[in-house]
Design a protein around this ligand. Structure first.
Ligand code: MN
Length: 256
């Protein structure tokens, strides 16, 4: 098995080192990750700046780009083989509910999925890196199981996994979840720079709005590891038919 690892916190983040150490004995593992923190970069690709790949002393390769850049480059020319699995993380903080739209951790995994490769995004709910060893241990358990079940093969899938930041003996079971929802983000924060210009800092993510039983928010709050299969078709299938008449009328009004 050959695994490509990336993240959005940067190649020096404790989470990616833990991920590498958790998987290095069970596969041929390669790390291609952003040089700097690229949280909230989603699936952004860098199109107007050249990208450079540099090898760190520990063998990790880092890129002056986004998480999706890293996986994209790896899969389209940097690696001379096709990985069997793309794994992203372990992120410093949760990627639940609406976070998955913005998340660079999910973006890196999604880039692998877009290329037809099974992919998993791992995030630790707490931001303090405590109990990273416990999270890494559960990552290893999960990947080992998926391998043994022959689920790491030709059929691509995309899993979003959030691990509570607790010790191994406190960690709950894996729990299949749907995504919850957050309230809209907090207000932007403004400050003056030394030249009197106004600076805007994007505010914090909103609190959970839908954290009902069955959601990732609910599961991780109970100490479980949330596992959510993701898709990339954003079509609102449930309401597709509600728009039929409106679009028909629009064409009529505009005379097309
Ligand atoms: Mn991050």
């Amino acid at each position: 098995m050959r695994i490509l690892i990336s993240n959005d916190d940067g190649f020096q983040a404790p989470g990616i080192v833990a991920l590498y150490n958790a998987l290095k004995d069970m596969a041929q593992v390669e790390v291609v990750a952003p040089e700097h923190n690229n949280s909230a970069k989603s699936n952004a690709l860098t199109l107007h700046t050249p990208l450079y790949v540099t090898q760190a002393v520990n063998g990790f390769r880092y890129v002056n780009g986004t998480p999706a850049d890293c996986v994209h480059i790896a899969l389209t020319g940097l690696l001379d083989y096709r990985p069997d699995l793309v794994v992203s993380g372990i992120n410093n903080g949760p990627n639940m509910g609406d976070d998955t739209i913005y998340s660079g951790t999910v973006g890196a995994a999604m880039e692998g999925y877009l290329f037809g490769i099974p992919a998993i995004a791992f995030s630790q709910v707490e931001h303090d890196w405590r109990h990273l060893d416990a999270a890494a241990s559960k990552v290893r358990e999960m990947v080992t199981y998926l391998k043994e079940q022959d689920l790491i093969g030709q059929t691509p899938w995309l899993l979003n996994v959030n691990l509570p930041g607790v010790a191994l003996n406190q960690m709950g079971q894996f729990k299949l979840c749907r995504l919850g929802r957050r309230h809209a983000a907090e207000a932007v924060i403004t400050q003056k720079n030394p030249h009197g210009q106004t600076m805007y800092w994007i505010g914090a993510a909103g609190q959970a709005k839908d954290d009902a039983d069955g959601t990732d928010f609910h599961a991780t709050a109970q100490g479980y590891i949330s596992v959510t299969p993701l898709q990339i078709d954003l079509t609102d299938h449930a309401h597709l038919k509600d728009w039929v008449q409106s679009i028909c009328d629009l064409n009529h009004i505009t005379g097309i």
